[in-house]
Design a protein around this ligand. Sequence first.
Ligand code: 2HG
Ligand code: ZN
Length: 462
Amino acid sequence: MTNATDLLHRLTSLLGPAAVITEGADLEPYAVDWRRLFPGKPACVVRPSNAQQVARIVQICREAGVAIVPQGGNTGLAGGAVPDATGTQVVLSLNRMAAIRSVDPVGLTIEAEAGCILKIAQDAAAAAGRLLPISLAAEGSATIGGVVAANAGGVNVLRYGMTRSLVLGLEVVLPDGTIAHGLRKLRKDNAGYDWKQLFIGSEGTLGIVTAAVLRLVPRPKHSVTALLSVADPAAALRLLELAQDELGDQISAFELISATSMQLVARHAGLKAPIAEGEWFVLIEAASSLAGLREAAETMLGAAFEQEIALDGVIAESGAQASQLWALREHVTESEAREGKSVKHDVSVPLTEVPRFLIEAGEALAAGAPGTRVNAFGHLGDGNIHYNVLVDANHDAAHVNRIVHDVVAAFGGSISAEHGIGQYRVGELARYRAAPEMELARTIKRALDPDNRLNPGKVLSA
Ligand code: 2HG
Ligand code: ZN
């Protein structure tokens, strides 16, 4: 038997033939990301049903000297969950490990297996009268394991933090095939190193998350959603200040949408904002268990008009109308993809620098990459802008990246606020992170995965 046949044989005897995919068409969904930017070729796809099987797969692949690419919902935007094109890497999909093991409405926890779809976990929390406050456009396909491995952000980060701040416990299969059992439900646990933090956001390069305990919060009974137009991002920041004054800690989302984003959504999704056209828009959501939210939102809107911060605006009258306002924001990514080729930048700068960043990045692009169009939108409340650049065939993506990221660096920002490095930004991370920080990252990788068998070439170069 060749090594490859032997490997398939061992994996099939462990999992059964139905859980090992080797045929072309069936491999396809696991081989490429949804934007089809990072096509790969797996040796095979394995679909274990428990952590013991994951551990055995890791041991078998280790003995065969074969690399593993862990995969959740495959919704990432940085090519972090797809294999390379060599046809030698094994994709380990967690999609059969999808159980919700428990929801505790008093202890405010949910325990779920890695392959559980985020939306299903949200619904389970809601059925218990609680909220799992991770909300992102891909929530219908993204999985708990992927969300944890990517330290996903989304629209509620300004209130509840990134996924990291919600993880209480993890179970992880390590690159040597042992299982680290840390599914604790503790709010306070200062006993030794908090090792789970290493795996959150490590994009499957240090271990394979097989289950997680996440923190829930009480479910707000009231929410209010408003869409406003403003003249520019500086006005959007003044609006944020006003919202902080009037709505305080009840603000749960503060999203910026450019006119270009709105035009793309109108063109490709047929959705139109119910307010006058403008240059910039802000979608604000606030949520509370106490009454009086709508009055506070109306006071805020009144003040925003009086101080000439907002040009036009609407407060949703019903849940359905709130969903319509959110649909405008949620369709930007899909509409951008339909428009054609784009070069994505998921950047953050100190919040108060966002307006200057947008001006300077725009100027740098106009000078260095004429003919490009900027589609800027995102999580202004976190200083995180999706500064996506619409390009044509003549534009070089790496050149566009360099122009934008140089401006980000000049503002002391990050080249990836929430999407991660994957394979897309490996070179950029190495360029913009100082050598001691890169060496620290390599030291951690070497300590856990000395043979570079887990998701090689992601985050760090192979
Ligand atoms: C969002 O905020 C996602 O909608 C996707 O992070 C961003 O398409 C993008 O660049
Ligand atoms: Zn985002």
